[in-house]
Design a protein around this ligand. Sequence first.
Ligand code: 77M
Ligand code: MG
Length: 214
Amino acid sequence: TRSTRPQRMLKAVQKNATKGSPESVISAIDYFCKHSEWAMNVGDEKGSILDSVVTEVNPSTVLELGTYCGYSTVRIARLLSPGTKFITLEFNPANVTVARQIIAHAGLQDKVTVVEGSSGDLIPQMKERFGITTFDFIFLDHWKDRYLPDIKLFEECGLLRKGSVLLADNVICPGAPEYLEYVRNSPRYENRYYPAHLEYTKVEDGLEKSVFLG
Ligand SMILES: O=C(CSCCNC(=O)c1cc(-c2ccc(F)cc2)cc(O)c1O)c1ccc(O)c(O)c1
Ligand SMILES: [Mg+2]
């Protein structure tokens, strides 16, 4: 049967990227998406903004929602200090399989734990299953209609501390209007919008950074 787009992306990484080099894995995926097939990775423009926020926060605990093929997972993991606890959640088991191989090709398999399941089920298990008390940095890039229920879940589960940073992809396209309204109208968050474009296109998109004030 016909291969899937994530499987073709993995083949492109295995063919064109140097094993153990996160930068070459990132470049190979961006090249594939620009010249072969568009895919919903955060991409190079928004990826550079992600890099700058991760570097600024220098987190000890990180959660990513929406691994997909592991592109942003590799971008984040390559910047983390040794000993950082990094967990990424993916709903689709086929994507988990591809992501683990792309992360391994980058040599970053020891830096991150890829967990299969839905965020709604897994977020309440973070403390007991992974020994997390709070997250310093959270990257939201999964279903756009899950951003709002999941940020409320973080609050209810006590997974945020004063200064925790949340960065949300696609707040314009496909859009997360209810999430934006919530964080921008809540006195508990300080927000900043980073204008950019939908990965590999000229379509308007952007990232919203929200700092929890406690
Ligand atoms: O897609 C999902 C939900 S998780 C991925 C969320 N991410 C997105 O949806 C997402 C989408 C776009 C985007 C797509 C089409 C456009 F025309 C414009 C933008 C861009 C992004 O950067 C994104 O992050 C899923 C569900 C069940 C499964 O079985 C599975 O394999 C996958
Ligand atoms: Mg996205």
